[in-house]
Design a protein around this ligand. Sequence first.
Ligand code: FPP
Ligand code: MG
Length: 297
Amino acid sequence: MKTVENLMLSFVEEFDNEFIKTLYQRIPSGKKLRTKLILKIADKNDQSIKLASIIELIHMASLLHDDVIDEADTRRNVDSINAIFGNNRAIMLGDILYSKAFYELTSFDEKIAKVISNAVTSLSIGELLDVEFTESFNSDIDKYFDMIYKKTASLIEASAITSAILAGKDTEKFKTYGKNLGLAFQIIDDVLDIISDSKILGKPALNDFKEGKTTLPYIYLYNSLNTDDKLKLKSMFKKNLTKNELDWIKLNMQKTKSIEKSVKLAKKLGLEALDAIKDEKNPELEKVIKDMIEREF
Ligand code: FPP
Ligand code: MG
């Protein structure tokens, strides 16, 4: 993990610009799920470390842009780059990291470069869909899955496929593994927005709904309510809610088992991911799924 962080920093140092380095060092480091995956699929070597660094830079750039889009003041419990330095600098830092990542990607085989490039197009389309969803209440589960596949699962899937290519392993198996892991990861993230303490999340609880994001638990909830309550839930969409209204949502989430159903679906996807790689006999890769499903529950 440290080697990947070091390589990312040395890419940034190549710009020979103190301000960029200062901005970069204010970005909080995350869980590095994609790196874990890559190093466990392709083992630790120069190529896999470089691939992981590129993908982490792309992920970082996407979060810099996402925080501008979501007008988020914090990321991982600390002030976001846009909150400290403003939207313009956050956007440009994202562009710098993103284009450096693509420059470094040109040293890889064309097959790898194509998978990653397509995933970045996909994640950008996913983010656009996410923005579109905030225009009106979405109760369509298929649309939700299409959006989270593009926004989140695509880059995780690409990490699994490209590291399998590096290691000469079966790409189809790892594609299924990465896709299902990515989908489960986003569902759990959406569930945590509702059930976690705001201190753990680093953002207010039930923030997604306020931001206009009708995530899976809200879709299940909506589809289990009677006509009057459906209207009531819709009327709360994208609003600053009172404590009573927040409690009403939480109570009905419980009554309708919407959280339980969402977690169950994430676990089912996790099991499908495990099944795809069962012949690989790689306990560390299996642990990634188990840890993800069990985090904060
Ligand atoms: C987080 O979603 C956002 C993403 C996983 C992807 C964002 C993608 C873009 C902004 C496109 C970027 C394009 C380039 C070229 C780098 P979230 O808001 O649901 O999660 P959060 O709670 O972590 O903010
Ligand atoms: Mg966001």
